[in-house]
Each structure stands twice: as C-alpha cells, then as structure tokens.
Design a protein around this ligand. Sequence first.
Ligand code: DGJ
Length: 729
Amino acid sequence: MITFDEQQQVFHLKNKDISYIFSVEEGNLLSHLYFGPAIRHYHGERRYPRVDRGFSGNLPQSLDRTYSKDDLLQEYSGNNTGDYRVPAIVIRAANGSRLTDFRYESYKIVDGKPKLAGLPASYVKDDDEAQTLEVTLVDKTLDVQVILSYTLYKDRPVITRNARLVNTSDQEVHIEKIASMQLDLTKHDYDVVSMPGQYALERQPERQALRRGITEFSSRRNSSSHHMNPFVALVDKDTDEFQGNAMGVLLVYSGNHQFTLEKDQIDQIRLLTGINEYDFDWAVKPGDDFQTPEAIIGFSQHGLNGMSQVFHHLLRERVARGKYQYADRPIVINNWEATFFDFDDEKLDEIVKEAKPLGIEMFVLDDGWFGHRNDDNSSLGDWFVNTNKLTGGLERVAKQTHDGGMKFGLWFEPEMISVDSELYKQHPDYALHEPGRGMTLSRNQLVLDFSRKEVVDNIFNQMCKILDNVPIDYIKWDFNRNLTEVFSATAGADHQGEVSHRYILGLYDLMERLVTRYPNILFEGCSGGGGRFDAGILYYMPQSWPSDDTDAVERLKIQYGTSLVYPVSSMTAHVSVSPNQQTGRSTSFKMRGDVAMSGVFGYELDLADLSDEDREMVKEQIKFYKAHRQLIQYGDFIRLESPFDSNTVAWEFVSPDKSEALLFMFKQLHTNRFEINNTKMANLDPTKDYHDEMTGQTYGGDELMNLGLFRDPTHTGDFLSEVHYFKAN
Ligand code: DGJ
C-alpha cells in the first residue's frame, strides 16, 4: 500500500479509494503532490514549477532564484526560514532563536499502526489492516528530529497522521508550536465546513468559501468545547450531502485545538491542525521526545454523507473500544431533569419502581449524591456519599435498582473541586490557580490541577473506593466549566506552558486507568451537555451526552450537526418534559420520542407525573426501540433533509445489507402553503421491494429513492413526526 520510488524519490500511499503522494525535492524538502481519489500509478510528471517569484526567497547558499519554500507545497513547514505561510513547527532554542527548517533524512514502512504513548488514537485489530510510513526529518542547526507518521488503512479512505519530536541535541529546546499534520493542496476553489456552537446548541455546521489569507477554527478553553468542535472539512463548491468531494480532518484531542487554513499568493491551500499554540511552551530535554495527538483525514467522493459514513465507521470500529463498542446500549432513566438536586431515598425508589414496568433498563443517579451537595455550590472533589440524602448509602440505591431488574449508573465530575469541600480544605493548591491572583469561578467551581499525578491519583482512589464497593454499571462523566488560571503550583517557572496539555494527559491517564480496571462499566462522556464531544473522549467512552438542550426541535439541529462526524452509537438522547425546561417549547410525546429514538435512547423526566396516555406511549416507544436498537445504534445513518435548510427534516437508518431501513420524518412549522414534499430515501437496494410495516404498503427501493415518500401537506400542526420501518421482501 505504501511505496517509495527510489528513482523519482516519490512516496505513494494508495488503497482502492485514495492516494496520497509526496516527494523528496531538492534540498531534501518534502513536497506534497497529491491527495484525492486513488491513482493507480503516479507518472511523476508534475513537480514543483520552477519560477522566479519576487519576494519569495531561495534556499540558503543557492543562486537558483526559481526555487522557493514560499510557494512549494510541503509536508511540514518550518518557521522564519523562507516560507512566509503559517509554520507547522516553532521551536525556541537555547540561544533564543525560533527558526526551524526540517529536511528529509530517512523513512521506514511498518505493517500495522504503532500506538501513541499516553494519547487516544485510532487502532488496528491486526497488522494487515494498515501500513504506517514514518518519515524522519532533521533540523541540522537545532539537531532535533521530527518523525511524521502516516497510517493508511487498507479498506478505508482514511489516513491518520501525527508528528513526534525527538531532541537528539545536548541542549533543552522549547516547543512553541507543533502541528499534528500539515496538508498543502494545489489551487482549488474550496468551501470549508466547520462545527461551531455554544452551550445548549452544539455543533451547528457552517459552510463558507475559503478566501485568501488565514482562517482559523480553534479552542482556547482547554476543552474541545461547545464552541468549536475539532473538525473541519474541505469540500468542492458543488459538493452536497450526496455527491462531490469532501475531505474531513478530525483531531483526536480533547483540549486546546487549532485548525489553520491559509490560502496563499497563488491560491494554494495549507491546512494545519494540532494542539493550539496559545499558551503552549513545552520543554524537551536532550534525549526526550514529544508526541502530538493524532489527526484523521477521511475522504469521500459521495458528498458529506459519504464523508460522515467514513468517520462513523472508523470512530465506531477503530476508535471506540471495550465491551460496549457494539453492545446494545441500555435505555436509561436519568433523574436530573426530574429532580435536579432535590431527591432522597424515597424519591429515587419511586423512579426505580415506575421505570421497570415500562421496559427501562438502567437508572442513572445524576448530580447531588455526594459530600453535602444540595446545589452547585459545594462538594465537588468529595466523592463519598451524602448520607443526609441517601440514608442507606449508594449500596441501598444500587441494590434497590438491581432488585428491580435494572442496571445502576452514577454521575461523577472528577476534574472539579468546590471551595466548599473537604478536598479544598485539605489541598487548596490542588485547584488550578496562580498564587496571589483571583480565581475565576464558573458554575461556582474550580478545576483540579490534573497536570499533577498526585491530584489524579487522589481522584482515582476516591472513585475506586466507590466502584469497588458499590455495583455500578455505568458512569456519566461530567465536566461543567472551562479552564482559567492555567498555572500549576508544582510545575516551576519554566514549565507553566506545559500545564494545559499535561492536564489533558492527566485526564486521559485517569480515564485509561478506570476503563482498564472496570471493563464492565459503560462510561458516558458529558460536559455541560456536549462541550467535550470529541474523538479523544470516544476512545475511552463509547457514548456522550450531546447537549443539555433536550428540546426536540433544537435537538433536530444538534443531532443532525453532530452526525456530520460522530456516529449515532455515540449520541445519547432523552425524552424530557413539555414545555421543555430549556426552551419553554411544547412538543408532543411522539415527537420527543422520535427525536430521542434517533440516538442512544432514554428518558429524563418524572415518570410518576406521566399521564396514562403518555405512560402507554413510553411502553410503545421502548418496545419499538428495542426491536430496532441494533439498526439505530449500528446501522448506517444518512441525513436526508436538513433542519438548517428546510422546514421538513428527515434521516434514515439502513442496515449494512440494505434489507431493512428506518425512516424518520419531522416537520418543524406548519405552513399554509400546503406544499407537496416527497422525502427521498437513499442507500437502499433499487432492485428490492420494501414493505412499510407501519402502513402495509410496498415500494420498490428505486421508487423510495427517486420518487420518495409523499408527505401529506394537509396534516396541520407544528412539530410533527412520522416513522416508517421498511423490510425488504
Ligand atoms: C450538566 C449535564 O449536562 C447535565 O445532564 C447534568 O448532569 C448536570 N450537569 C448536573 O450537574
């Protein structure tokens, strides 16, 4: 799959879908040649066009004015040494220089995919699945190496990249910036798709023309964030959901990230991604190394849906791990929106008693069970039970839940500390802060300094004490603020720029220890809703809470947007009360159920308050969901009609063999235009007939895909939903 043509000095990474080609140019500079649909054999014709471009300098000691780093498409650009575009790497040397210039030295091709020390990454099940090219570059002045890794999967249009710096010199160097990957592309009129958002309205994709200059999408919150998910796609102008080229880049990282796109003087495009250079300064001692997070490039010629499929499959099959990777995810009742902090044994027993006969499979006890927590002012960091509320301890609640035939789940927020806590009394220095400077509170809480091993150990030990003694089947891992005053009491003056990344390494270390020690626990990520919905977390936790906004209409957009990259098996969705607590909007129980059933399903309301009619509907929804759970959680999810562009919204789930499909159709607002809408399905078998088990009708796959399913425009009312289950004859 990966070859090096000695004569032409060309690397070609190729599988049946894609090719990635670059060469070793004069001066041992790596020159990018191509990334896109597979090329059987690269002829070697297109090389860097030699031209004297004014104000673009030439290589040191060279009299050749036609060769410049400033317009050469490169694989990993240096700083302040002739390429004026955004650099991939900036290193501060002992003499204060920040110049970098890495040149090719050697390469190695290995079967499989080496692990990334301390970091989440995609993996292989056996070495036949992928090949990895490791290219060593050297900056001879610094005497430092960078090893660029490229892994090509055999059967996926996916290349993963990372960079590792090795300090081979005898002096300490400081990394001020180090990209995981650089991708330089020839002139092309791209649109860029990003995933901005905010609290309670996460991942709302935006598409814009890529123009001259620098465009950046990033997070400085020490979290992948509600505000900008670590993903961008470059798409052709005519790319839509079903056709056209789409190239997505996803960073497998949960902290400060940075995607930089630069369109240069001749409209060439540079895409860089990695840890954000903001406040980053990492000292590397002689002989030490630094590993960047992984970036995943996924490509499709079949539009955004095609690209999403590439990421859905990879994230589900080769990033998520553990017992629940493909397992049926249990249907949950969570007490948060039902009780908030106001619960006791009796209330919890009532929830459990109500839930089981409805078919619910797991009870999750949310925030408020520990320390002396009755509101969000206290007790984070004190992971022992609040016996004022739970007189029989967690053991009793767990037993009650298990005796009722359900699983038991528990909420934690391991990275946080309240000033009003035992932990803070004992260890005020455990909170991130700079002595003498005020501490920014957010949700009345502070953040633990996870760059310190003893802090991580303290939380690990506290959690183990609970998990070793109480039979817990699931953990919801929350993270309800972003970091400020990122300063560590123990790091020392020269290492404060390392704290933000060390925090993330501490977080991953804690997660790894817990998932290893408790392989039977299902972990769910959460960050005040979907503030850390990223591939790094997915490596430890196969599902996450996408948003605190449980309003069904808002969720159409959030789940639709999230699906651009993340699979349905990673997205939890709960039915909550109407009017909705976040938006005040009223929607029918059916609509709320249909939206939530399009994810990993559950309920988050007071079951005791349900009307008889709604209770019956819950039973039906659960029965339906259980019958189709595998199809929903692990089938192909295809977006059909977007809530961003149209009043009608639709998506579908299709089984891999196309023998069954589930179609969900929604209407946002009614309009008296009574326009006729046909919802066209996709990815069915045109030669098969599909029986609609809801209506008894039979349609050809070709008919459903081309003519579509008629939506009755006389059906009045806002926020309507309709579900069709099709089985091929
Ligand atoms: C934010 C989460 O997103 C909610 O679901 C809930 O767990 C609260 N935190 C609890 O504090």
